[in-house]
Design a protein around this ligand. Structure first.
Ligand code: NDP
Ligand code: DGY
Length: 328
């Protein structure tokens, strides 16, 4: 693979599962340099690493902005992100420069939906609290009023963003005996019929749901969507779950809603910032379960994501079809 007779230079911003590295290493005439760490590449190293690169394989924690694109220079043909979310990419700047983008939809849908359901159940049925009580001696006997939570049977679930993951979450929740499934978004979805989904205005979803699951993408419209006004419309007994992006939620408002009893509990797989500082107020609350952004974290899913991101990158370098190209 050559650019005007020269090696194609690729920068990979983190150690990634071997499935992807094998594909890149086997690519003839492709010179791969890697930020050989499990921790994020510092900005200065990213700016250095992308210089003259034809391809960039990045992660959701790398902000790819005008500064990075300028540092890369005119060689850069393709950016492949090891994620389905692409809110970390400055799409306007990328488009202006005619750079192609690859991402990893579909392959992580099942894993992320499964984790979201696990988080919902753990939050609603207070599993982390229960585990803690067993360890700290708080379990004195079987008590009728102790550690009660909320069940899905007969409930109304509201899904904000019935996309690939929102739909997969809904399919998994319905067999628990959910009575009504509401969803909101920009457009009604024909596939919602499969889960008997009712397309409703956001306000209706917020006020009528017993469980609210956020699975939309982060956009200027969804940024800060779940704020004081949002939480004030929720039922006092309702459980809020977010596995999309932290910035969809105003965390100060969420803290207020949880600590005042405005809402029952929250489960978050995503926060702002990531990692959430260990002294963050949300971590002092028993009714808030926070996970370290592990929605897609199964061995097989991460392997497939890695391979797909490598194939996307090579397709972009070769100027051929990319298995999952973001069209924008
Ligand atoms: P999709 O593009 O399939 O779904 C995104 C959904 O967001 C669409 O249904 C879209 O609805 C909805 N949406 C967009 N704007 C709004 C809005 N203003 N109000 C309500 N809904 C809106 O993406 P995926 O389902 O594959 O992924 C969704 C997101 O999940 C990713 O962008 C990523 O941020 C996050 N994610 C998190 C993971 C984790 O580890 N926690 C793992 C994987 C993904 P419409 O079509 O009507 O606009
Ligand atoms: C994504 O892909 O956007 C997730 O947040 C991580 O898998």
């Amino acid at each position: 693979m050559k650019a005007a007779g020269k090696l194609m230079k690729v920068f990979v911003t983190r150690r990634i599962p071997q499935e992807g590295m094998k594909i890149l290493s086997a690519a003839a005439d492709c010179e791969v340099s890697l930020w050989d760490s499990d921790e994020p590449v510092p900005k200065a190293e990213l700016l250095k690493g992308v210089q003259g690169a034809h391809g960039l394989l990045c992660l959701l924690s790398d902000k790819i902005d005008a500064e990075v694109l300028d540092a890369a220079g005119p060689n850069l043909k393709v950016i492949s992100t090891l994620s389905v979310g692409f809110d970390h990419l400055a799409m306007d700047e990328i488009k202006k420069r005619g750079i192609r983008v690859g991402y990893t939809p579909d392959v992580l849908t099942d894993a992320t939906a499964e984790l979201t359901v696990a988080l919902l159940l753990a939050t609603a049925r207070r599993l982390p609290e229960g585990v803690e009580e067993v360890k700290n001696g708080g379990w004195s006997s079987w008590k009728p009023l102790w550690l009660c939570g909320y069940g899905l049977s007969g409930s109304t679930v509201g899904v904000i963003g019935l996309g690939r993951i929102g739909m997969a979450i809904s399919q998994r929740l319905m067999p628990f005996g959910v009575k009504r499934l509401l969803y909101s978004g920009r457009t009604a979805k024909p596939h919602a019929a499969e889960v008997k989904g009712e397309f409703v205005p956001l306000d209706t979803l917020v006020s009528e749901s017993d469980f609210i699951v956020v699975s939309c993408s982060l956009t200027p419209e969804t940024q800060g969507l779940c704020d004081k006004a949002f939480f004030s419309k929720m039922k006092n007994t309702a459980v809020f779950v977010n596995s999309s992006r932290g910035a969809v939620v105003n965390q100060e408002d969420l803290y207020e809603a949880l600590s005042s009893g405005q809402i029952a509990a929250a489960g978050l797989d995503v926060t702002t910032p990531e990692p959430l500082p260990t002294n963050h107020p949300l971590l002092t609350l028993k009714n808030c379960v926070v996970l370290p952004h592990i929605g897609s974290a199964t061995y097989s899913t991460r392997g497939v994501m890695s391979a797909l991101s490598a194939r996307n990158l090579l397709g972009g370098l070769q100027g051929t079809e990319m298995p999952s190209e973001l069209t924008f």
